[in-house]
Design a protein around this ligand. Sequence first.
Ligand code: MOS
Length: 773
Amino acid sequence: AANPDKHKQPEAFPAPDPPRAGETAKLWEKTRFVGKPFPRVDAYERLSGSAVYPADVRLPNMLYGAILGSPHANARIKRLDMTRAEKMPGVRAVIGGTVPEANPAWHYRQGRPAMEVAGKLFDPHCRFEGDAVAAVAAENPYQAQDALRAIVVEYEVLPFVADERKALQPGAPLVHGEGNLVQTDRYQRGDVEKGFAEADVVLQETYRSACELHTPMEPHGCVANWERDRLTLWESTQGVFAVQSGVAEILGLPLAKVRVIGGYMGGGFGSKLQAGKYSVIAALLARRTGRPVKLILPREQTYLAVGNRPPCNMRLKAGVRKDGTLTALDFSVLGTGGAYPAGGTSLVDWQVRDLYSCPNVRIETTDVYVNAGPARPFRAPGHPQGSWALEQMMDALAKAIRMDPVEFRLKNVPSGSQAREGMPPYATTGLRQCLEEGARAFGWKEARQKTGAPPGKASGEGHLRRGVGMASGLWVAGGAMPPSTVIVKMFSDGSVNLNMGASDIGTGTKTIMAAVAAEELGMAPESIQIEHADTGTTQYTRPSGGSKTVPTESPAVRAAAIHVKEQLLSIAAEALKADKADLAVMDGRVLSRSDDSKSAKIADLAGLKQRGVIVGIGSRAPDPPGKVVNPFAAQFCEVEVNVLTGEVRILRFLGAHDSGRVMNRLTYDNQVFGGITMGIGFALTECRILDASQTGKLLNRNWHDYKLPTVLDVPAEMVSLPIEILSPEINTTGAKGLGEPVTIPTAAAVANAVYDATGVRITESPISPMQLC
Ligand code: MOS
């Protein structure tokens, strides 16, 4: 059933009537579902515990897999003896580097053009703690753990480097033979020296952001099963097709022989965008035993081996004129993606490059190897780190020229994307509105006047000091990532099936897509049956990442639903002897807009019965040519600092976000609150601690020692303020990305508020009581 109108995109915005020219706000008043705060279509499954996550999958005869990780930061395996483990009760397979057919190559890649380092699945040289040494499959998880302890490994323990600041020093242990430099990138526009000469004030500061560990609620893992030569993986992943291609490549299988099923997943944040060693290991154990194998990583192994937000050392020099014009930014970054190429400094510079108007910018980023687990993309990769430096610098510059921080930023709102060739304009840019309307809603001006004092007291009095801070941001992506194809089917009884490849990573993707289809087909979102995230049965798409899922998938869903509607209306027009253009679909009926007597139940349409099913195919047009689709943000917060204990309490937060159209006000606000919460973790608590001097080992490997923000650490008052700038140019639903921009400015806003309260600028994250007192 080819779509004859495949390239014809529908008019913008699923509304009963197309928006009038110049109409900008309150589109949700015209819709039944899109933009409204309606609960998730899978709310019952999620809350009742009946949602099936990969860890819940149980197959007959299933075994349990476990991985033995290297206990050393850097070591060569001298001897691996698995014979005793093989004889342990319940053990059905033991694999490791000494089993050649179970030890394929493993590639680490970063960047475009890809820089690649080849390793092995079970590498005889373990360059980070937790790298896979061997693996077992046993009848139950306890027998599997016991068997790991029976594997005898003799290591040649090697010197390590755990601190990226020491990686390039003479005499530093080398992670790979050739030295610890991964790469240095440079960017320049204008002339920074000239810019500094034109400035009235030049400031320079160094900043460091700690390494954060990926902590999705659901750990990484899968269930692997072979049927003859076909592998099926039930995997917790953001992208079933990415896992399919990763596993197929490593195992030398045709893509068609690898089926990856996603279903429910408990978060990924970037750490589940790709195939992990655990998936391949589960597949190998399953093949060897001829039985299904479940392999879910313990939290400790996820902390060691499946990613982090790289630590970042930054120096920023900035020049400004008294009138608030930025004249120059000179930014240098040293970071690490761990022991293999993994984008250690990736996108750290983007805020400096593109957020504020500045003609003279110089950037140098240096990425080095250390003996630690490889980084993975981490919600808005690089951006919160760069924001930590730039937004604190903006605050300091504003103070130096005695300008309000919001005013100062408004002075430097750019007219297009300066970082891109030819400075293309943004399709929409709400940076100015985020700043202005955010400041107004927060009560910024009034709050600033109380700096350094708790309510009812003079500034500087008492041990509780209040302060407010703000920061803005932009996310590098947020437009489309075609190709994406979606199929919507309507059966002869009028019930509808929506088929898409995208994962719902916990953000509510299914709910939004169901609403978009429901809006067009005049039915309730929860009545739409959704098939998704299965390489065997659903349509190809890119992983759910980059905050691109809604802007990429929703226009395709809408086009597919319209394709169904068009066909349905043609059938009904014939049956009702009506003009097709006069017909509408609502609540299971086709009705005439002008003639009340002309109406039919969809289920009664003989023409549809004859067809059996209507198939609608939708795809998505590229982003508007010559324009950039980026989301923008400004966040404001108030803190109270106890200057005796150094405790920082966040009293309130407001996030003003231009992410285009709000698709569902409930899931939208959830993303804002979640992003702010994650940013509070960056600001106040999260920090990977490696024993840099003696062992190189991870010292905080559980939820007790690696402190995540909890309900006690987030403010009771969190406000989400959508800056809904609508443009039919963006795409046919009007949405831009939301998930990642919401965590970009948070930490810097907290640091600025702490400064406002105490006069102490904390440039190293997390802001700990030890630093404040
Ligand atoms: Mo996101 S770091 O693209 O999942």
